[in-house]
Design a protein around this ligand. Structure first.
Ligand SMILES: *Cc1c(COP(=O)(O)O)cnc(C)c1O
Length: 244
């Protein structure tokens, strides 16, 4: 596909997704500015991120460290003057902490104290080495069902994990993230997440972000207070290989 065709296609889907977010906000009595749109570019090339940046997108997400590091570098080469923020939203092994803090502005999938410790150490080292300029923003990923393997801590583990992150100097606790359970009712999941977020904000008022909602369920997430929807398929199209 030519770049011009792809640009037109992305412009059209971006318009549709923004419309959906606007309508969902209106239905919930919220302002569209309260909900940030994150483009999940996993499995798609850096050139798509560059075109989305031309269309005004500034926030991008990836779910695999190895795929992301090359893509972010390529993006910077394609659009050296453009400011973009990159979010890691996938499950992360502790041994990838050093690599991820070289490209990620935000890690949304922090779900254990051991991972948080590894990220804090890696961020301190990267700051010392001049590989990054800012502390790392983090969200606590919460599991909203009992299914293991998709990442996320148990809701009851949130307070201790939040306290631990607050004790580090190089991680900034910004809020919570969750994926609605497969086959479950998104309204029930996102209502639960909203309660978890409210409790967290009681102790940590700056942890205001609620990263919730994807292509299939963003309306429900916005109705339940999401401040950041993570949209892949509805923006970029279907992925050939299913990504977790
Ligand atoms: C892939 C992915 C998304 C986007 O999913 P779509 O259904 O394609 O919009 C959002 N969040 C996470 C954590 C993902 O891995």
């Amino acid at each position: 596909m030519s770049e011009e065709l792809r640009r037109a296609e992305l412009a059209e889907s971006l318009r549709e997704v923004r419309d959906r977010v606007d309508r969902a906000c209106r239905a919930a009595g919220r302002q569209p500015e309260e909900v940030e749109l994150l483009a999940v570019t996993k499995t798609f090339p850096a050139s798509d991120a560059a075109l989305l940046a031309d269309l005004g997108m500034t926030e991008f997400a990836e779910n695999r460290e190895q795929e992301a590091r090359g893509k972010v570098a390529e993006f910077v080469a394609l659009r050296p003057e453009t400011t973009a923020r990159w979010h890691m939203v996938g499950q992360l092994q502790r041994n990838k902490a050093r690599a991820v803090v070289r490209w990620a502005d935000v890690v949304e999938s922090v779900d254990s104290e051991r991972l948080a410790e590894a990220l804090a150490r890696a961020t301190a080292n990267a700051l010392d080495a001049g590989e990054r300029q800012r502390p790392l923003d983090v969200l606590l990923q919460v599991s909203l069902d009992e299914a293991v393997g998709r990442g996320g801590c148990r809701p009851e583990d949130v307070p201790a994990l939040a306290d631990m992150i607050m004790r580090t100097s190089d991680l900034r606790l910004r809020g919570v993230m969750a994926v609605a359970p497969l086959g479950g009712e998104p309204d029930v999941a996102f209502a639960t997440l909203s309660v978890i977020s409210e409790r967290l904000r009681r102790d940590h008022p700056e942890a205001v972000e609620v990263s919730a909602g994807m292509s299939g369920d963003l309306e429900s997430a916005v109705a339940h207070g999401s401040t950041r929807v993570r949209v892949g398929t509805a923006l970029l199209g279907g992925r050939r290989l299913t990504s977790p």
